[in-house]
Design a protein around this ligand. Structure first.
Ligand code: HXC
Length: 260
């Protein structure tokens, strides 16, 4: 697929996907979402890729769904828009590689929801997270009501969704909504540093550990624990388990194959 609204680059096992529609503050139009879905699938299928970083660049993460495209939508078209956005956000959770959202500037509406679906959020202290949908007569439709409440609690979700209150990157980190907040201008460097740390861990156990966490979040803790047990057993089918434990016994650094 020819990308017009995103940039996609893989360097040293790190896939960087940049939302790139500056004239509309990276608003997530259908074409952009289609390209994003295609790039995520490509990253997942590339065995060289170990980590994905999703960013909007230095100025804005994304100003939400494309309001010009959405304004005249029929309920059926709105359902399709929501389905595409939810599919992307669910896929981010289902990917076998960790996904870091590197957020500078505004992450509004669907942009906020997109960031919330990533495994990590490395954000600028002065970034702004907000869900202004209710003020537009709609509501967050990309899974945001669920993910926000799960990450930061229902009280914060009511405040941000019903009152439309924005939260800074620094406050988001304190509220558990962001992984860490860093100085503006340092976001990509911090995300790359996190990616380098993630790359030191073996791919398969990270993939299965992510799946265990996500299972619990989406299916409930009981099912999540059952999944955890099966996934734990499955790590013993991968050569990196033997290597990790042998390296410990031999007091040396492990040399992982990173098959996933
Ligand atoms: C379409 C958008 C846009 C958006 C900005 N633009 N946000 N176009 N959809 N979400 C466009 C503007 O129309 C304008 O285009 C250009 O970008 C610059 O925007 P301005 O408003 O002129 O700039 P500024 O005054 O600096 O304000 C920037 C802004 C503001 C704070 C980002 O544009 C804004 O509030 N945008 C909407 C944010 C929002 O409500 N998001 C939630 C969307 S609902 P022109 O052509 O006029 O120059 C949503 C639902 C998700 O996300 C559900 C998923 C299923």
């Amino acid at each position: 697929m020819n990308y017009e609204n995103i940039l996609f680059q893989v360097t040293d096992g790190v896939a960087v996907i940049t939302l790139n529609r500056p004239k509309a503050w990276n608003a997530l139009c259908t074409r952009l979402n289609t390209e994003l879905e295609d790039a995520l699938l490509a990253a997942e299928q590339d065995p060289e890729v170990r980590v994905v970083i999703l960013t909007g660049g230095d100025k804005v993460f994304a100003a939400g769904a494309d309001l010009k495209e959405m304004a005249q939508a029929t309920p059926m078209e709105a359902a399709r828009t929501s389905a595409l956005a939810q599919r992307i956000n669910n896929f981010l959770e289902q990917m076998s590689v960790p996904v870091i959202a590197a957020v500078s500037g505004l992450a509004l509406g669907g942009g906020c929801e997109l960031a919330l679906a990533c495994d990590f959020r490395v954000v600028a202290e002065d970034a702004q997270f907000g869900l202004p949908e209710v003020g537009l007569g709609i509501l967050p439709g990309a899974g945001g009501t669920q993910r926000l409440a799960a990450l930061a609690g229902a009280a914060r979700a009511f405040e941000m969704v019903l009152l439309g209150r924005r939260i800074s990157g620094a406050a988001a980190a304190q509220a558990g909504l962001a992984t860490c907040a860093v100085e503006p201008g340092q976001v990509m460097a911090a995300a790359l540093e996190m990616a380098a740390a993630l790359k030191k861990n073996p791919a398969y156990s990270m993939a299965l550990a992510k799946r265990a966490i996500v299972s619990g979040q989406t299916l409930g803790a009981g099912a999540g624990k059952l999944m955890e047990r099966e996934l734990f057993a499955l790590t013993f089918a991968n050569p990196d388990q033997a290597e990790g434990m042998r390296a410990f016994a031999e007091k040396r650094r492990p040399s992982f194959q990173n098959l996933r």
